[in-house]
Design a protein around this ligand. Sequence first.
Ligand code: ADP
Ligand code: MG
Length: 741
Amino acid sequence: MLSLKTKLSDIPRIGPKYAAALKKLNMETVEDFLLHFPFRYEDYSERVAIDNLAAGQTATVMGEVTKSKLIRTWKKKMLITECFVQDDTGTVRAVWFNQPYVSDSLTEGKGVRLSGKVSEDAKGLFFSNPAWELSSRIPTNTGRLVPIYPETEGLTSKWIRWQLQNLIKFADELQDPIPENILKGLHLPSLSEAIKYIHFPKNAKQAEIAQKRFAFQQMFLLQLASQRAKISWERQQSVTIPFDEKLMQKFVAALPFSLTNAQRKAAFQILKDLEKPRPMNRLLNGDVGSGKTVVAAMAALSVINSGYQVAIMAPTEVLARQHYLTLSALLKNRDINIALLTNSYKEINNFQFPISNFQTNPNFQNSKLKIQSKFKIRNSKLGDQISRDELISQIKFGAINLVIGTHALIQKGVKFKNLALVVIDEQHRFGVDQRAYLQQPASTRGNDRSSTRGGQISEINDGLPEKTPHLLSMSATPIPRTLAMAFFGNLDLSVLDEMPKNRKTIKTKIITAAERQKTYDFVRSEIKNGRQVFIIFPLVEESQKMSELKAATEEHARLSKNVFPDLKLALLHGRLKSNEKEKIMQDFNDKKYDILVSTSVVEVGIDIPNASIMIIEDADRFGLSQLHQFRGRVGRAEHQSYCFLFAKSSALSKSRLKAMEKYASGFDIAEEDFKLRGPGEFFGTRQSGLPDIAMQHVTNVKLIEIASDYAEETLKENPSLKKYPLLQKELEKFQKNVHLE
Ligand code: ADP
Ligand code: MG
């Protein structure tokens, strides 16, 4: 007997070929199939008498086929089915291209329903490729609100609807994970009702209420997950770092600038978090150039001053090295040993490291590690290299206070003596697993690996077995408030929504082909004044990497030869090795080049204060938030800076780009981007793992608030959710697919 759990491969009218395709979409059972949702509807519910049809209208007509033929156009090798359908009021023509089987079904005398958009040509009104169905059939594809499914793996919406006609009855067997009283309170339909509504809505209202139910369900689960994560995070222990106000005041006073209020507030929140015996989990969200690094440096200093270690992770080697240099400067003359650990760089920067420190370190004396004679840590200076093994030993013995690196930091073999703070820059660029790894207590960190090497767990003792490091994530992608509420409910949020005062607003202008030369002239004059220029060919997709490279290479050649033959141009792209990139950036920083032509590799974090012009080619192809990231590469010093958006541009993209001219703040741009492209695009549905249907409601603040309240109430009443086994199961399933920050 068939049931919800029946394998799709066992359903006679599906068959093995389709079952395999469905499996690729993670649909294996009848239940999975029912939970495969449409992402929109085509409204074919308006029945119109043929005589009343008008061009441009979307309508359904019903009538009898009076003429039907298959035409082959020799020139274009196309097969056209042409049909005439008549009702009491008139006749209309319908054509289908390259669907010869239509003419097999729609023979003269057959009753048919057609749905689609009405077109008009010299011969009058007609339907082009309309949806059709024999009128004897239950309306499924025509004459109603018709669901449109994501069509992948050769599964058409029509086929899915046809299957669902047969399977929808199993919806009655579904058990609802959402407690009944919650649904009642919100006037939302039960699961089985909602499933029927979502696939076969009688009207728009049914479709809407079903969507709302599932959106609520997703939001509710999301809130449950994040609130539970927060509760369990708060149950972990961390070391407490006293807030040394004097130290911080001294540090701030020594800076060449005064902190913005936003920086002050964020630093205060962080330093207060560090005082608590439970680990901080805070996101520092601030526009490019809002000064997150200094805030992170204050946190690091505070922790190091209390005798613990700090790790800072950046997504790229170039960025890691930049942080290394910046932090070395910020924390100099303080007895702080700083190291850089990436695959290419193993450097140590020790400004004042008394050797006695080292010798009296009990860990060091007891260890089996022998001091190697070539060990040069004592008088190391910026840029001094160290072997990976040596560096790792020094981290393990606590001789290094601050390690900066890429994900190499969490690779095999890296152990800390007493890691108390982890800072992750550009956190969204790291994998979920990498982030999760750092958030475990030290005692469990590394267990997986050592156990495979045969019970060396006792050796993994980084001094703080039961403690979880405080975690500070940083992101330069401004997150609209509603999104932050929905997705980062488990994090505390500090926002740097104020730019340093010395910053001039970057003048942004859309440049059309006609103004290109004028712009180049301006570029030349700025360079004459000593400034430098970025020209970017941003990356669209991974698959376009090659063409992007080609475009950048050709443009570099063209500009060098024809436009700026007297200037020095460099070319930077992702195919270069890390040290080659580094060299070019360094040379650019040292003003050995006037113009840096680059692919999107400069998107993140690069700091060249002297650069004052950012030119973005094909700007109309990119999202606003991304453009804003590029723009943030200039305007990092006192010079008036400019961003020129080269665009071929249709009207729409121009209006989109106009937002760049209008708004300076990344938060404003993010809201605009969010409005224009929708949350799915903005946030990447794939990344969040949430179905489209829930993403569409992410902007619905009210729904998020309601979901959050219900989640809180539910967890308060029943923290383990044991009372709601179905909900608990659903939550587990949800957490497998959705990634919380
Ligand atoms: P981001 O938030 O993008 O990481 P950074 O921390 O790299 O920004 O800071 C950008 C630049 O601004 C750096 O050169 C930094 O020294 C400088 N900066 C930071 N805070 C201030 C401030 N309050 N006033 C002036 N300049 C500042
Ligand atoms: Mg930064």
